[in-house]
Design a protein around this ligand. Structure first.
Ligand code: FRU
Length: 534
């Protein structure tokens, strides 16, 4: 039985008053008193998603791979469980699934707090930071100067760099920071750097208010503005943040296209923050939208990486070896609408599962496909597998097996579908339910977490059902579901449409059923796997 702690933690965020509060994060308070009454701190700690041991986390930062280790840095406030003066926390992994938290990588300094950014392995030592043959890793990040912000200045965000000569464990800040000063743009942040083989230069994508600015450099220190993109493209109901530009091969073709991820807060399709993307060409100087993609945008206005509410600020890993060749992505599994209010207290926020992105083209429409990285399979033990089931058989079948719904992967295809609703429901003994659904008559996929347990910690958490539109009704729908203690990640049609959401049940879910008025649909290739991490 889990222990019930009756502790009250009073967290007085004195540092927030010292450094001030972050703009745009409207519900930030200077003092936050939180309680863990009736809640075991570890009850909601995920089984296989990364969380910091203690205190606040937001965006993933500076991800790179080197010599068998994946590095994940993250926006971190080590002294409180809400957003505060930002540091870069650090975690490492050999397999993208099991993470080990490391000492804090970057601390705020007199130039400011350390906001989001990226890291590259500077193999040719273009920066000159390498010594005695040691290859430097260079982090490029935003300085957020609180004094400047408080004084009402506009130029309080600048870009700085730091280097590591021990593969990302310790960092030295460059002595002449900032390397990019602010050109009088209030939101000027989140540098993501890649090496461009066309121009043999580093290319930086930087969020600048309502657009992305591209810079180039031959040494990671001196940067030249190349071009801008996006003022009149995509969604603009909020500030653009955390861009990521990279080339991708279109699956099953020789074509290469460039993908630009752009997070935006607010104005996500289901409220708050989310990540949109663009597909086009980049010649080392300018990003131009692909014509077919532009048409897609004309119809939809914006295209999103994930239609759930909890995948934000995600970017891709750098320095993945050619022999691997994958585009590996991780996102922050939360939403600025309520990130500070979710009912975990000792620690706050989780990352999504690491995902592999693929670029596909179907009927002249490009899209990004996401699936969990294959490494996750190594920890999955098969619990059930059936080639074909009727719905009433499913209910009986599941009654007889003991499944741990706190670390589960479900996969199946719904077949012979009618213009009806199909609700995939997780439930527990105290009446909480989480519904993933297909409303086939209205051409919609949805997640309904309104009755999923604790929801009233924020009015913005579950005001309504999250939805995404489908072009037409479906005859069949392949579904993959990852369930952890407080998160569901649903990959429809082998990763074509993704929905990621959090939930906080009062007790763990213990049952799964499919509810529909249609009694003739079939469930094919039904597989249940349980994760074990020993
Ligand atoms: C995105 C973001 C970034 C910023 C960071 C600060 O969630 O707002 O734009 O660098 O968080 O923590």
């Amino acid at each position: 039985m889990r222990t019930i702690k009756l502790t009250f933690i009073a967290v007085v965020i004195a540092l927030i008053t010292t450094f001030g509060c972050k703009e745009n994060k409207d519900s930030e308070t200077e003092t936050s008193i939180v309680s863990t009454e009736n809640l075991d701190e570890e009850f909601y700690r995920p089984n296989y998603h990364f969380t910091p041991k203690a205190n606040w986390m937001n965006d993933p930062n500076g991800m790179f791979y080197l010599n068998g280790t994946y590095h994940l840095y993250f926006q971190h406030y080590p002294d409180g469980n809400v957003w505060g003066p930002m540091h870069w926390g650090h975690a490492t992994s050999k397999n993208l699934i099991q993470w080990k938290e490391q000492p804090i990588a970057l601390y705020p300094d007199e130039l400011g707090l350390i906001f989001s950014g990226s890291a590259v392995v500077d193999k040719e030592n273009t920066s000159g930071f390498g010594k005695d043959g040691i290859i430097p890793v260079v982090a490029i990040y935003t300085y957020h100067n609180m004094d400047g912000e408080k004084a009402g200045d506009i130029d309080f965000q600048t870009q700085g760099i730091a280097y590591s000569l021990d593969e990302g464990m310790t960092w030295t800040k460059y002595s002449d920071n900032p390397v990019i000063k602010n050109p009088a743009i209030k939101d000027f942040r989140d540098p993501k750097v890649i090496w461009d083989n066309q121009t043999n230069k580093w290319i930086m994508s930087l969020a600048a208010g309502n657009k992305v600015m591209f810079y180039s450099s031959s040494n990671l220190i001196d940067w030249t503005l190349e071009s801008e993109f996006g003022e009149d493209k995509g969604e603009h109901g909020g500030v653009w943040e955390c861009p990521d530009l990279f080339p991708m091969k279109v699956e099953n073709s020789d074509e290469t296209k460039w993908v630009l991820l752009v997070s935006i807060n607010p104005s996500a399709p289901n409220g708050g923050s989310a990540t949109q993307y663009f597909i086009g060409d980049f010649d080392g100087h300018k990003f131009v939208l692909d014509k077919d993609f532009e048409q897609q945008l004309q119809q939809k206005n914006s295209i999103w990486l994930d239609y759930g509410r909890d995948n934000y600020a995600g970017v891709t890993w750098s320095n993945i070896p050619k022999s691997d060749g994958r585009h590996l992505f991780i996102g922050w599994m939360s939403n600025w609408d309520y990130a500070r209010d979710v009912p975990t207290f000792k620690w706050r926020s989780t990352m999504t599962i690491a995902r592999e992105l693929k670029l596909k083209n179907k009927n002249n429409a490009y899209y990004i496909n996401s699936l969990p990285v294959g490494e996750l399979d190594k920890f999955a033990e098969s619990k059930l597998s059936r080639a074909l089931l009727q719905n009433d058989e499913l209910t009986k079948l599941l009654k007889d097996v003991d499944l741990n719904f706190e670390r589960l992967r479900l996969g199946f295809t719904l077949n012979n579908l009618k213009n009806d609703s199909y609700n995939l429901v997780f439930h527990n003994k105290v009446g909480d339910s989480l519904i993933l659904g297909l409303d086939n008559a209205n051409h919609e996929l949805f997640i309904d977490r309104r009755k999923s347990g604790k929801v009233d910690f924020s009015e913005k958490f579950a005001p309504r059902i999250s939805k995404t539109k489908l072009p037409n009704s479906l005859a069949a729908l392949p579904v993959q579901i990852l369930l952890d203690k407080t998160s569901v990640e649903v990959f429809y049609n082998n990763g074509e449409i993704v929905m990621t959401e959090l939930f906080f049940p009062n007790e763990p879910f213990v049952q799964f059923s499919i509810i529909s008025d249609d009694d003739s649909f079939t469930i094919e290739d039904f597989k249940v796997r349980e994760f074990n991490f020993k």
